[in-house]
Ligand binder design. Structure first.
Ligand SMILES: NC(=O)c1ccc[n+]([C@@H]2O[C@H](COP(=O)([O-])OP(=O)(O)OC[C@H]3O[C@@H](n4cnc5c(N)ncnc54)[C@H](OP(=O)(O)O)[C@@H]3O)[C@@H](O)[C@H]2O)c1
Length: 326
């Protein structure tokens, strides 16, 4: 049983705990928060959890794996401390704000004999592999991936506040928050693009509210859209020489249907999962148990390519985060 520690006390941390507990591989052990009352309130639904406001004490405690769901720009430093304390680390997406940070964490994790995971849940869904296997026999002509959801924090932004998710200090924005899922599909299915571009509607701090990007491959292109001030109901589409594969969504994929140019319909065998984070929690536990060595190396490589592309797209749009040497 993996003893699980949490950094970050918002709703997504509760979701991960529920998913992790459902796998039967994890037991919540400790929670870190900046405030003791927040940590205690967070622990209320669970039993016998240790609460910490000192990150070093938390990391020195008897934990096997730390889940990090703090604002994006804090992930790197917190993950580094956790790895140095010899804990396995699961970092919420986007795990880092540059490919250099990712490479450094990968090396550090290797040197300290711990596992490092980016919690890109759509990449860890069983559906992802079903779709990838189907595409392996197809000639790809292009794809279109959109993830746009009106943010519950937008009214606060419009009222003059600066929620973390729109802040340049906390590495917010549509591309970082939701575009990263589109990149995981594109790069997970097709590999790293030759180049990429992004153009967006940006706040005065340069952070993007809604944008459109293009990944350029030798033989085709992939269009992506990410938005936090709009909601899109578009499905994801992958175009092949013989037809179109339509996915119900970019994440939480529970339907995938191929329609050939001659009208033949193939429904891919996809089993919906009881919790959208359960498959990643399960996969990470199996990797820590040493049962996914080949896949683990592939995950690290894909994450590196995702962060190289994310970074290149941000640079092309002029999205700059504070306190980052870029
Ligand atoms: N996989 C998914 O479906 C999914 C969904 C939502 C979010 N996420 C990811 O989860 C991460 C957290 O997102 P979120 O929306 O939950 O973020 P958030 O609410 O802004 O912050 C999360 C936690 O970080 C701590 N925190 C907040 N502001 C901080 C600050 N200024 N300095 C230090 N700590 C601070 C808080 O914990 P304490 O007050 O206890 O210290 C808070 O509960 C992000 O990386 C996001 O992309 C993933």
């Amino acid at each position: 049983m993996l003893r699980l520690g949490m950094i970050g006390t918002s709703w997504i941390s509760h979701e991960f705990i529920n998913a992790a507990h459902q796998t039967g591989h994890y037991r919540l052990q400790a929670v870190y928060s900046r405030k003791m009352k927040t940590a205690r309130d967070f622990c209320d639904p669970y039993e016998a959890i240790s609460c910490y406001t000192d990150l070093v004490d938390f990391l020195d405690s008897e934990l096997d794996v730390v889940y990090i769901a703090s604002p994006n720009s804090l992930h790197y430093a917190q993950a580094k401390l956790a790895i140095l304390a010899k804990k396995h680390v699961i970092i919420e997406k986007p795990a880092v704000t540059s490919p250099a940070e990712w490479k450094e964490l990968v090396k550090l994790a290797k040197d300290h004999h711990v596992y490092l995971f980016e919690a890109a849940r759509n990449y860890q869904e069983a559906a992802f592999q079903v779709v990838k296997d189907f595409l392996s026999g197809q000639e790809i002509l292009g794809a279109n991936f959109t993830f746009a959801k009106y943010s519950s924090k937008l009214p606060a932004l419009l009222a003059g506040e600066m929620p973390n998710i729109f802040s340049d200090l906390y590495a917010g924005g549509a591309l970082m928050d939701l575009g990263v899922y589109c990149l995981y599909l594109a790069i997970g299915f097709f590999g790293a693009p030759d180049s990429s571009h992004y153009t967006a509607h940006q706040l005065p701090n340069s952070v993007d509210l809604y944008g459109q990007g293009i990944l350029i491959y030798p033989e085709f292109q992939v269009a992506i859209q990410a938005g936090k001030n709009i909601t899109s109901h578009l499905p994801a589409e992958i175009y092949t020489k013989t037809g179109t594969l339509t996915l119900n969504a970019v994440a939480a994929i529970d339907q995938a249907q191929f329609v050939s140019h001659s009208g033949e319909v193939i429904d891919l065998p996809i089993e919906p999962c009881s919790h959208v984070m359960q498959e990643e929690a399960e996969a990470f536990a199996l990797a820590i148990a040493g049962q996914k060595e080949t896949a683990y190396l592939e995950w690290l490589k894909t994450a590196e390519q995702v962060h190289e592309t994310l970074y290149q797209m941000r640079q092309s749009a002029g999205i700059q985060f504070k306190d980052k040497k870029e």
